[in-house]
Design a protein around this ligand. Structure first.
Ligand SMILES: N[C@@H](CCC(=O)N[C@@H](CS)C(=O)NCC(=O)O)C(=O)O
Length: 208
C-alpha cells in the first residue's frame, strides 16, 4: 500500500493515542513532530487551523483534527483491527459515549491544568486557582470512568476508548503510585495495555 496516513503530533501530547491506534491497525503512516516556534505553528495552521495536536492526514490528503474524532474514524475505517464495536449496536453507543466523555471532560480538564494561564485574564498570575480546580475535576472525571472498567472501558472488549483513557490517565497531575491507589482499575488496565507491542513502541518513540 503506497498511500499513508500522516500523524501530526508532539512528544507526550494527544497524538500518542492516535499513534497507538495506527500501530494496532498496522496501517502505514509517517509521524511529523510539530515545533513550538511561532513560525512552526503558523505553518501548521495551514493544515490544521486550530494549531493544536493531534491532526491526521488521511490517505487521500484530507487533514482532520480532534483526537476523539480521529480515533473514532480510525476504528470505523479499519473494522478488522477491532478498535470499536459494530456501528448501530448498544455497545457502539457506549463506545461513542465514553469517547466524547473523555474528550469533553478528561482532556478538557487536562488542558486547564497544563495551560491554566490561558484561562485567567491575569495570565500566569491567576493560574494557580484554575489549575487546582481543574485538577480536582480531572480526578472526578477519571473516577467516573475508571470505576466501571472491567477490565476495559466496554467490559470484555478492547477498544480505542482504552487507548485514549490510557493516554489521558497518564496526564494525572500527581504521583503515579497515588493515582494507582486512587484508581486501581485504571492501574490494572494500564498493566494490560503496557503488554501490547503498540503501546511500548509508541511510548519509546515519544520518550526520544
Ligand atoms: N480538543 C483537542 C485538544 C488538542 C490540544 O489542545 N492539544 C494540545 C496538546 S495535548 C496542544 O496542541 N497544545 C498546544 C497549544 O495549545 O498551544 C483534541 O482532542 O485533539
Amino acid at each position: 500500500m503506497s498511500q499513508k496516513y500522516t500523524l501530526y503530533g508532539r512528544p507526550g501530547s494527544g497524538s500518542l493515542a492516535v499513534q497507538v491506534a495506527l500501530e494496532e491497525i498496522g496501517a502505514p503512516y509517517q509521524r511529523v513532530w510539530i515545533g513550538r516556534e511561532p513560525a512552526d505553528v503558523a505553518s501548521y495552521r495551514t493544515l490544521n487551523p486550530t494549531g493544536r495536536v493531534p491532526a491526521l492526514g488521511l490517505p487521500d490528503g484530507t487533514v482532520m483534527f480532534e483526537s476523539a474524532a480521529i480515533l473514532i474514524h480510525l476504528a470505523l475505517a479499519h473494522p478488522d483491527a477491532k478498535l470499536g464495536p459494530r456501528p448501530g449496536t448498544r455497545t457502539h453507543a457506549q463506545f461513542l459515549q465514553w469517547m466524547v466523555f473523555l474528550s469533553a471532560n478528561v482532556y478538557e480538564a487536562a488542558l486547564r491544568i497544563y495551560y491554566a494561564d490561558r484561562y485567567s485574564t491575569l495570565g500566569a498570575a491567576g493560574a494557580e486557582p484554575i489549575r487546582q480546580r481543574a485538577a480536582a475535576e480531572f480526578g472526578e472525571h477519571l473516577d467516573l470512568i475508571a470505576r466501571q472498567l472491567d477490565p476495559y472501558v466496554l467490559g470484555g472488549e478492547l477498544s480505542a476508548a482504552d487507548l485514549y483513557l490510557h493516554m489521558l490517565g497518564s496526564w494525572y497531575p500527581g504521583e503515579r503510585a497515588e493515582r494507582d491507589a486512587r484508581f486501581p482499575r485504571l492501574a490494572v488496565l494500564d498493566d494490560i495495555l503496557r503488554a501490547r507491542p503498540s503501546i511500548s513502541k509508541v511510548a519509546a518513540d515519544h520518550a526520544e
